[in-house]
Design a protein around this ligand. Structure first.
Ligand SMILES: Cc1cc2nc3c(=O)[nH]c(=O)nc-3n(C[C@H](O)[C@H](O)[C@H](O)COP(=O)(O)OP(=O)(O)OC[C@H]3O[C@@H](n4cnc5c(N)ncnc54)[C@H](O)[C@@H]3O)c2cc1C
Ligand SMILES: NC(=O)c1ccc[n+]([C@@H]2O[C@H](COP(=O)([O-])OP(=O)(O)OC[C@H]3O[C@@H](n4cnc5c(N)ncnc54)[C@H](O)[C@@H]3O)[C@@H](O)[C@H]2O)c1
Length: 474
């Protein structure tokens, strides 16, 4: 491999482009194996998740969740009679973003022995990239540049100065009226957050909410949002947007109606961040994802890796970090001539991306899913049975909230007699999800699950109820 540098030593063994959660983990896991690593970052070390996505959005959501949970309990309801203190919630959110400063993350890079190069990186020739006009060489390069929001082509939208998810997670005050465009994960979470913080929210969705989930998830979230006062409009799309001189935004819909708000949030999906990255030099179309194998090696190369949102496999921090652990270690192993464990479920592959991607949507109720929905399983041709149970009938759930509303569903692969997918919707179900992830990744036979006894009285007793609904083995 040294021949690629015409006799001169490369600057690094590995250069990672993008110091989001994923890039940081690629660098860390590679550096721990003793190779020389640098990371390039054009904005803040810590990436989207830390400053404009996961952390601030969850901080914005949490206070409303806690207040409503208290209001659902007789006895506690009487003790909690006020409204949220919005400036205090926003100030608490700011602490979770470290006030949008990355000093702590930079200290961690230093302590991990990873060099930081500030600037925008572009691939130029194999194993070489340009940052601020200087060429850096490495034996391997890992791209972890994340994703960027998609702005739909709606007349007037771009010039109406819309909010993206960055503005919606970092705003310093609640707009009096907010229109949210897009009924996916970000749209439903941010509609919940800003409605909790006092905004008068209208949520527009061209299809059912959360359509990649089991249908009951979107139905329960729609009902709950409406009960919170959100005007959820399904099956409509904007035909035009106009912001007047006073800053008021008027959005015209295809049913002829108009919505007047102070801000419009666009949360209509994201695309891989590859537009200005030089990916054409490795045969990819700028703006499209970098396709990879299960070790995150980019198709058609033997030195370039793509990890996290940028490879399009799962736009989630924890799943990207899982890929990063595998990629960091396999890069180090390949560069140092070590053993490579790339068989399915080996230490150097992200096999779970295909079978068990856990995700939690922090609406109220929470939506927690892993593996395949029934529709996805049937589309893959699996021979499946499903079982469902009303979480409101579980004693542990009744203790969490008076009139608890929630639902659970398992998708069972009958040929392998294991769980292929699980979905839980309800208050406080997020931490229940990992039990299902373990059952799917561990391919635990259904019959054996009868020996995994949930504690009484917890929400996890829904596992027993689901098994009883499915039927006890002979
Ligand atoms: C509103 C919102 C809420 C979310 N909430 C959750 C959640 O609760 N849980 C969850 O798991 N996921 C959540 N996500 C998804 C999560 O944010 C992403 O999956 C995660 O940030 C991806 O990490 P990454 O490291 O791949 O990319 P990013 O976090 O986007 O980091 C990429 C980094 O690369 C840098 N960069 C880009 N191009 C270059 C370049 N050419 N040169 C140098 N640096 C460059 C960027 O500045 C950035 O710092 C949320 C997303 C949004 C939008
Ligand atoms: N809790 C979490 O883990 C969390 C939270 C937020 C975001 N995320 C991640 O970020 C990713 C992006 O989130 P997102 O909500 O932006 O995307 P998404 O794909 O979840 O939802 C986008 C929504 O916008 C709609 N849409 C797309 N184009 C449209 C158009 N032209 N007009 C009207 N509606 C349109 C889609 O039908 C969909 O309902 C998600 O895939 C998710 O992985 C995760």
């Amino acid at each position: 491999m040294a021949g690629a540098f015409e006799g001169s030593a490369p600057d690094y063994d590995l250069i990672v482009i993008g110091a989001g959660p994923v890039g940081e983990n690629v660098a860390d896991y590679a550096a721990k194996r003793g190779i020389r690593v640098a990371i390039v970052e054009s904005e803040l070390v810590g990436g989207e998740c830390s400053y404009w996505a996961c952390m601030p959005s969850k901080a914005l959501l949490r206070s409303g969740h806690v207040l409503r949970a208290a209001q659902r309990l007789d006895g506690t309801r009487q003790a909690v009679t006020g409204e949220l203190d919005v400036p205090a919630v926003l100030a608490r959110r700011n602490t979770f973003t470290s006030e949008w400063k990355d000093d702590g993350q930079v200290d961690w890079l230093n302590s991990a022995g990873i060099d930081l190069i500030r600037g925008h990186a572009r691939l130029t020739v194999p194993r070489t990239l340009d940052v601020n006009g200087r060429a850096y060489t490495a034996r391997a390069v890992a791209v972890a540049t994340g994703s960027v929001p998609v702005l739909p082509d709606i007349p007037g939208l771009a010039v109406a100065n819309p909010w993206g998810t960055r503005e919606a997670t970092s705003a310093s005050a609640a707009p009096a009226r907010l229109l949210v465009l897009g009924g996916g994960v970000a749209g439903t979470e941010l509609a919940t957050a800003w409605a909790s913080l006092g905004s008068d929210v209208t949520l527009l969705s061209r299809g059912p909410l959360l359509e990649r989930e089991e249908p009951f998830a979107g139905e329960l979230v729609t009902k709950a949002l409406r009960e919170m006062g959100v005007d959820v409009r399904i099956g409509v799309s904007p035909t035009g947007v106009h912001r007047d001189e006073a800053g008021v935004v008027t959005t015209t819909l295809d049913d002829g109606s108009t919505v007047v708000t102070d801000e419009i949030l666009v949360s209509t999906g994201r695309r891989p961040n590859t537009l200005d990255l030089g990916v054409d030099t490795v045969g990819f179309i700028p703006g499209e994802k970098l396709s990879v194998d299960d070790t995150m090696l980019v198709t058609g190369t033997d030195w370039l890796y793509a990890v996290g949102d940028v490879n399009g496999r799962a736009l989630l921090t924890h799943q990207g970090k899982y890929q990063a652990r595998a990629a960091g270690e396999v890069i180090a192993a390949r560069l140092s001539g070590g053993d490579v464990h790339d068989a399915p479920w080996g230490g150097h592959v992200a096999t779970a991306d295909h079978a068990a991607v856990p995700h939690v949507i922090f609406t109220d109720p929470e939506v927690a899913g892993v593996g395949l929905t029934e529709a996805q399983a049937r589309a893959r041709g699996l021979n499946v049975t499903t079982v469902e149970y009303d979480l409101g009938w579980v004693a542990g759930a009744k203790l969490h909230a008076d009139g608890y509303e929630g639902h659970a569903k398992l998708v069972i692969d009958e040929d392998r007699h294991v769980i292929a997918g699980a979905t839980f919707v309800g208050q406080d179900v997020a931490d229940l999800l990992h039990s299902a992830t373990i059952a799917i990744v561990g391919e635990v036979p259904i019959d054996r699950l009868w020996h995994a006894v949930p504690s009484y009285p917890t929400i996890s007793e829904v596992w027993l109820r689901l098994l009883e609904t499915y039927g006890r083995p002979n």
